[in-house]
Design a protein. Structure first.
Length: 135
């Protein structure tokens, strides 16, 4: 048997090194667990701007309804329906919990014609901007 295994000083150094490595690995594991991607913001934000095609100016007070483009009566997607009025800049904002493909319907556009419903794809954790032009 080699002499360095019998020396108490070397044995104490080896034990200290092992303890250090074990504590380092444990600390790294804890950091990994508590910084999990499960806690990231995964909301889907939508910013809709409604403008007049003739003036390219904002349409204030237009009512925007964001809803699923549901063609069958299977399931209940009412939780995905949101409405908002545009502000002085012609902008309305929405936040959804899940990604989806939704339909935006604009009404109350004043003297301009409201466009046909517009499809919008929401992406997880991203902000989507959509410009809707009324003629």
């Amino acid at each position: 048997m080699p002499i360095h295994y019998l020396c108490p000083v070397n044995h104490q150094k080896n034990m200290a090194t092992r303890k250090y490595l074990i504590l380092s690995a444990l600390s790294l594991a804890l950091v990994f667990v508590f910084s999990s991607s499960c806690r990231r913001n995964k909301d889907c934000d939508l910013v809709v701007t409604v403008v007049d095609a003739g003036t390219n100016g904002p349409i204030v007070g237009a009512l925007i309804e964001i809803a699923p483009n549901q063609t069958s009566s299977n399931g209940n997607l009412q939780s995905q329906i949101q409405t908002a009025n545009t502000d002085n800049a012609g902008v309305a904002t929405f936040t959804f919990k899940l990604p989806a493909i939704l339909s935006a319907t604009v009404t109350n556009t004043g003297s301009v014609n409201a466009p046909n419903p517009t499809l919008i794809k929401l992406e997880e954790g991203r902000s989507v901007s959509k410009k809707i032009t009324c003629s």
